[in-house]
Write a new protein. Structure first.
Length: 257
């Protein structure tokens, strides 16, 4: 359990959306089609997922957001928090996503270009609604650089310092995705997870690398992350949501039922 929050750690399913499909890659590249987003999201909700993260992975690249219909449809029958990321560039984008049924927005590229956007968004919608999304790639011992555009573009910014700066601007959560680990099914980058967790007071959500239950147990026990984001482990039926929660409980991790 996190040292920074009284709440049990969360299990979040990530759905990367490209056009009408859920896709999955490795290191955010080489995408493979998984299936229909509405069907997959409904299945994960029925199985007991705590939250769902929808990422429009081409929105920033093409300068548009095509995910609203997916969210609006999902919101009819899914009653866990939903976060939407990808292509969130303006206050109007946030309004549109929240009106479609999302509870939170994850912002990366637009915030790198204009950090004050985070402050403005948090003041307008409340900190609990605004998630800083950091795509991090390791560049030396204890050093990670923040990337944008679904891991395509370097920013030259230190990911740890960026997390701290964003917290000061009023964001409510930080989503850290390890580009190095993403899609590998070899375990999370617990090093960056632990460092970010120790440097900020807002919840830290960690994504990239879950391939089996032990990886999630290790993340929570070693880094005190507030949430683990999983995709391959569910998409490829490596471990179901009920099985994962059962393993976590057996390991002494007090997850939600």
């Amino acid at each position: 359990m996190s040292l920074h929050t009284p709440y049990p750690p969360r299990i979040i399913a990530r759905l990367d959306i490209k056009a009408p499909n859920v896709v999955k890659g490795i290191h955010l590249e080489g995408l493979r089609k998984i299936g229909d987003p509405g069907t997959i999201a409904q299945r994960y909700y029925n199985e007991g997922i705590d939250e769902i993260l929808f990422m429009d992975i081409v929105a920033s690249l093409y300068g548009r957001n095509n995910i609203l219909d997916v969210i609006e449809s999902a919101a009819q029958n899914i009653f866990v928090p939903m976060t939407v990321g990808g292509g969130i560039r303006t206050i109007d984008d946030i309004v549109a996503v929240l009106r479609s049924g999302a509870d939170k927005v994850a912002i990366n590229t637009a915030a790198i270009g204009n950090a004050n956007f985070l402050k403005e968004a948090a003041e307008r919608f409340g900190s609990q609604c605004i998630v800083l999304s950091i795509e991090a790639k390791k560049h030396g011992e204890g050093q990670w650089e923040a990337y944008t555009d679904n891991g395509r573009e370097r920013t030259g910014r230190d990911a740890i310092l960026w997390a701290q700066e964003a917290e000061a601007l009023g964001i409510g959560e930080i989503l850290v995705t390890s580009i190095d680990k993403e899609g590998t099914k070899k375990g999370f980058d617990t090093a960056i997870a632990g460092i970010v967790r120790s440097k900020v007071n807002v919840p830290v959500i960690v994504c990239g690398g879950a391939g089996r239950a032990e990886h999630v147990i290790d993340l929570f026990s070693s880094s005190h992350a507030d949430a683990a984001v999983c995709s391959s482990i569910f998409h490829y039926d490596l471990c179901s949501i009920p099985q994962l929660k059962k393993r976590l409980i057996e390991a002494g991790v007090g997850v939600r039922p």
